[in-house]
Design a protein around this ligand. Structure first.
Ligand SMILES: O=P(O)(O)OP(=O)(O)OP(=O)(O)OC[C@H]1O[C@@H](n2cnc3c(O)ncnc32)[C@H](O)[C@@H]1O
Ligand SMILES: [Mg+2]
Length: 203
């Protein structure tokens, strides 16, 4: 049987690496988002809303089913910020480094026991070959809880990975291999949920 082509609606290379190969077990061939796909304005109030917008836009543009990811970091001492603004916390085209520095600065007076935080990942899947799903994408969420360190640690991963320490494993996410991250991360959990959901949808 030929594989089902699904567009991965993201421009984030770190995410792309984490999705690679994960959907082979349900017979998907993941194809990259074309360079000329339209920019999506990520103005939703929730990760789920933004993920739906990104998946719908890519599905319409490519005429293929599309999978998208909207994710971010929620810090309790900042009432959930940066949240859906994680990518542009330090400004519209901020680098990971600038976002990390801004977060460390915002938390500089907060003691270790009050630095709890979590990564959240919402995935949306729009299958334009199934009419009902264009209006209502399949949506799942995964989370990964830890606490924010005061000095970045580790070189792996991307984004805020050097800042989130996972007490059970005694390291930050940037100190993990991609396999270790997949086992415990928000994105790993969301991908497992999405694969389960797609399997039940097709039963
Ligand atoms: O919208 P797309 O094109 O998918 O790419 P993006 O990088 O803009 O992605 P988001 O809008 O979902 O913003 C996510 C932000 O949260 C950060 N982030 C998401 N997942 C992460 C992870 O696994 N580890 C570290 N930081 C992460 C990421 O660096 C961004 O700053
Ligand atoms: Mg984005």
């Amino acid at each position: 049987m030929s594989k089902k082509k699904v567009v991965l609606a993201t421009r984030n290379k770190g995410k792309v690496l984490e999705f690679n190969e994960r959907f082979g077990e349900i017979g998907w061939e993941i194809v990259p988002l074309p360079e000329d796909a339209p920019e999506v304005i990520e103005d939703g109030l929730t990760f789920e809303e933004n993920a739906s917008k990104k998946a719908r836009s890519a599905a319409f543009f490519c005429g293929l089913p599309a999978l998208s990811d909207d994710s971010g970091l929620e810090v309790d001492a900042l009432n959930g910020a940066p949240g859906v603004f994680s990518a542009r916390y330090a400004g519209e085209h901020a680098t990971d480094e600038q976002n990390n520095q801004k977060l460390l600065q915002a938390l500089r007076h907060i003691p270790e026991q009050e630095r709890s935080a979590r990564f959240v990942c919402a995935l949306a899947f729009v299958d334009c070959t199934r009419k009902s799903q264009v209006a209502q994408p399949l949506i799942v969420r995964g989370t990964c809880a830890g606490r924010i360190v005061d000095i970045p640690r580790g070189k792996n991963g991307f984004g805020y990975d050097p800042l989130l320490f996972i007490p059970e494993l005694g390291k930050t996410i940037a100190e993990m291999t991609i396999e270790e991250k997949h086992r415990i991360s928000h994105r790993g959990e969301a991908i497992r949920h999405m694969i389960d959901l797609i399997r039940t949808e097709h039963e």
